[in-house]
Design a protein around this ligand. Structure first.
Ligand SMILES: Cc1ncc(COP(=O)(O)O)c(C=O)c1O
Ligand SMILES: N[C@@H](CCCC[NH3+])C(=O)O
Length: 423
């Protein structure tokens, strides 16, 4: 059963009409379903178990780092994949055991490494020689050993949007396979480094299983080769990337994904780590918005809503599709006509949908922008001095505001005037 569905003509999230939340919180706002996140987590974990894979799920916080979301997934059993000191602090604040945290990213700074070392995270995923050297230096100064994974760039096309592909040689991520031995030699020369793992992540929103297979086979082949050569590897980090359905895509079935993993790890005696982000939260969230005006152009109708590209940038940035669903269920014989759904920001790119077939929409009507749980609120800005869309978490028939809308004084108060302008 979906966590977002019409009941008695009103779109519900779990047992609550979204309209009731809108009345109390005001629009726009993000709304997340606890059940949808927990169900996605359990489905991922069960698929691994059914395929005989011994694996731990390290939720990629970048998809949605609200404390309540992290805590929900942590309670279900998740660790965390973090890419910055901020995310590391968020994971720790949500009570995640440092031994269930991996630190990824091409540009970790020494102070970020120091915090990871201080709390004793599971591993740093290293992507360049200067990063390796910096980590060794920080670890040596602190008198601790840094456990690392080498993030491999397998040179595989993830067949996803170019801006979120990370596994080709021209991408900034990972270490090209022919260069790995050089990294091992250097790591062996450096103090306070322990090579424990190999990692890969070829991109996000993958809707085809074959790039996973290609990348995982290359990774597993390298793992086995290096282990035979005496490297004390114990873990493989398979990254994230599993796509979700936004429109008419058919992402790989979890069982196919898990089977691919189980086949490649056969006989390797490796613990497995997975870093799903979008899969766990993407379809667990919506962005609720109110129609401000309906504007008739000479060749199209514009539905102008109170959410904008600053709230959900995916359509502007990636031409991404998000289903747009009225909170009030349209009748079966309602006439559908195409509209452009746009926000109030002064850019033509502030468009959520072009010529989207929609039932009649009038000012005041509430709409849900679906699949907004991942890479929504976390990518928001205050462009055009707009207030943030608050975030709400629902559990059954309860809801709570889990990030409030700031007020204008707070927004403007973030700026400071130099003394020569303040008198
Ligand atoms: C290293 C790493 N792990 C995990 C993820 C999570 O990806 P996704 O949300 O597609 O599962 C990302 C983002 O693409 C990433 O860069
Ligand atoms: N921001 C992207 C995903 C990026 C994944 C980052 N590793 C999106 O909204 O689809």
């Amino acid at each position: 059963m979906s966590s977002f569905e019409y009941r008695n003509g009103k779109l519900h999230v779990e047992d609550l009409p979204l309209e009731d939340i809108a009345r109390e919180v005001g629009t726009p706002f993000f709304c997340y379903s606890t059940a949808a996140m927990v169900n996605a987590y359990n489905a991922f974990a069960s698929a691994l178990k059914d395929a005989g894979v011994k694996g731990t799920i390290f939720y990629a916080l970048k998809a949605n780092s609200n404390q309540s979301v992290i805590s929900t997934l942590a309670a279900a059993g998740a660790g965390a994949d973090v890419v910055s000191e901020g995310e590391l602090r968020r994971a720790l604040a949500a009570g995640i055991d440092p031994k269930k945290i991996v630190f990824a990213g091409v540009g970790k700074k020494p102070e970020e490494m120091a915090l990871g070392l201080k709390v004793g995270i599971l591993q740093f995923n290293v992507e360049s020689l200067p990063e390796l050297e910096a980590l060794s230096e920080v670890a040596q100064k602190m008198g601790v050993v840094a456990p690392i994974a080498f993030r491999i760039n397998p040179d595989v096309d993830a067949k996803t949007h170019a801006k979120i592909s990370t596994g080709k040689a021209e991408n900034k991520f990972g270490i090209d396979i022919p260069r790995v031995r050089k990294f091992i030699e250097r790591a062996n020369d450096l103090p306070n480094i322990a090579i424990e793992s190999l990692a890969v992540h070829i991109g996000s929103q993958l809707t085809d299983a074959s790039p996973f297979k290609d990348a995982f086979e290359r990774l597993a082949g390298l793992y086995s080769e290096l282990k035979q050569a005496g490297l004390p590897l114990k873990r493989i980090d398979f990254g994230g990337g599993l796509g979700i359905q936004y429109n008419d895509e058919t992402p790989p079935d979890l069982s196919v994904y898990a089977k691919t993993v189980s086949e490649v790890v056969q006989g390797l005696d490796a613990e497995c780590i997975f870093e799903p982000g979008r899969f766990l939260v993407g379809n667990a969230g919506v962005l609720v918005t109110e129609t401000i005006y309906v504007k008739e152009g000479s060749n199209r109708r514009f539905v102008i809503i109170d959410a904008a590209m600053n709230d959900l940038i995916r359509p502007s940035l990636y031409d991404a599709w998000h289903d747009i669903t009225p909170l009030q269920e349209p009748g079966a014989d309602t006439e559908i006509s195409p509209c452009d759904v746009v926000g109030p920001i002064c850019e033509s790119g502030d468009t959520f949908a072009r010529q989207r077939p929609l039932p009649p929409v009038k000012a005041g009507d509430l709409l849900a922008m679906e699949s907004a749980g991942a890479y929504g609120a976390v990518m928001a800005s205050s462009y055009n001095s707009r207030l943030n869309a608050p975030e709400v978490l629902v559990k059954g028939d309860k809801f709570a505001v889990v990030r409030k809308r700031i007020d204008y004084d707070t927004l403007i108060g973030q700026d400071l005037l130099p003394e020569w302008l303040s008198s």
